[in-house]
Design a protein around this ligand. Structure first.
Ligand SMILES: Nc1ncnc2c1ncn2[C@@H]1O[C@H](COP(=O)(O)OP(=O)(O)OP(=O)(O)O)[C@@H](O)[C@H]1O
Ligand SMILES: [Mg+2]
Length: 313
């Protein structure tokens, strides 16, 4: 007999709050990032008094807590009484100078957010808005390496400080492409990297405590076996020290246990989860490659599968 929504929803789950394991969830505290958070807070604190903040470039491998730490500081910043603002944007979406400026206008002076306005118009409106009360605007550009005309963008944003009669604009750039700054012109590089902050990968005990915090909220009490937790942390530490990967493993292991009707998540489900997560990671990585790189990969795969002298490509 087909199930009803009611029976599906009523079915006891080993999860208490599954969303806590989602990569978009911002936990209340970020263990092992206290030093980095403190540093970011010190860097942006002058903005609270409408003073200039140094530009900051944050980098480190994927899943090391860069986005979460900056967002954490932003939440604290927004609670303070100040005319200044921090604005976050992901440059996968806002990937050009035009889109970044347009987004600032949309957020703060929406009456001028209309298609067709040129860069200089948007720039002037932002400057007027900053000058109104001499505020400090800190623009957070996450995945900054995705901006197509980054040199122009940095130049425009930072030059605004010369054109402003009062108030300031500064940038926090975030990237996991460690070599990306070498591609910037020397001027952009020295501007953006006025201050730098590196997020190191997590080790196994650190990942374990990060997982423990999330598992407590995400699963019903006592569901996750201690060995399963240690194994997820150890696998993720061995791979890249990526907390997102560790969380994905835990989520998948939980789903597999639930599908199998198990009441506990054990090491064997983590092993199984590893295979499916690795497959998904590979699919995600290939899907986001530019088309010509996908074609090269396809050709290599065909040659390898075809055997002969190319079998070891
Ligand atoms: N110290 C931490 N404590 C708790 N959770 C963490 C911590 N660091 C990272 N996470 C979790 O790991 C996941 C990835 O973190 P985040 O998105 O901040 O990484 P990132 O460094 O920005 O990665 P990427 O370079 O891929 O964008 C998120 O779900 C986040 O909540
Ligand atoms: Mg990030």
């Amino acid at each position: 007999m087909a199930s009803s929504f009611e029976t599906i929803l009523k079915k006891a789950s080993i999860f208490k709050e599954k969303d806590v394991l989602s990569p978009h969830y911002l936990p209340e505290t970020l263990p092992h990032r206290e030093k980095e958070i403190d540093r970011i807070m010190h860097i942006v604190s002058p903005a609270l008094r409408c003073n200039r903040t140094q530009n900051l470039f944050v980098y480190g491998k994927t899943g090391t807590g860069k986005t979460s730490s900056v967002k954490y500081v932003m939440e604290l910043f927004e609670k303070e009484r100040t005319p200044s603002h921090m604005l976050y944007m992901n440059c996968r979406i806002y990937n050009s100078r035009y889109r970044v400026l347009q987004h600032v206008v949309k957020e703060f002076v929406p009456r001028f957010y209309k298609p067709g306005y040129g860069v200089s118009f948007l720039y002037e409106k932002i400057l007027d808005w900053v000058e109104e009360d001499g505020k400090s605007l800190v623009i957070v550009l996450d995945e900054i390496d995705m901006v197509r005309d980054l040199d122009d963008l940095i130049y425009t944003l930072i030059r605004s400080n010369d054109d402003l009669k009062r108030g300031h604009v500064s940038v926090i750039g975030i990237s996991n492409k460690v070599n990306f700054k070498e591609k910037l012109t020397p001027r952009s590089k020295s501007t953006l990297c006025e201050t730098e902050l590196v997020f190191p990968p997590y080790n196994s005990p650190q990942l374990k405590s990060i997982l423990e915090q999330r598992v407590k909220q995400a699963f019903e009490q006592g569901v996750v076996d201690e060995e399963a937790l240690s194994l997820s942390a150890a696998i993720a530490a061995q791979e890249t020290g990526d907390a997102r990967y560790a969380l994905r493993l835990m989520l998948r292991a939980g789903e597999l246990a639930e599908q199998a009707g198990e009441k506990r998540v054990e090491a064997c489900q983590v092993e199984e989860a590893r295979k499916s997560v690795d497959e998904n990671v590979a699919i995600d990585a290939i899907c986001t490659l530019p088309e010509h790189q996908q074609l090269v990969l396809h050709s290599i795969a065909c040659l390898t599968a075809g055997g002969g002298k190319y079998s070891k490509l």
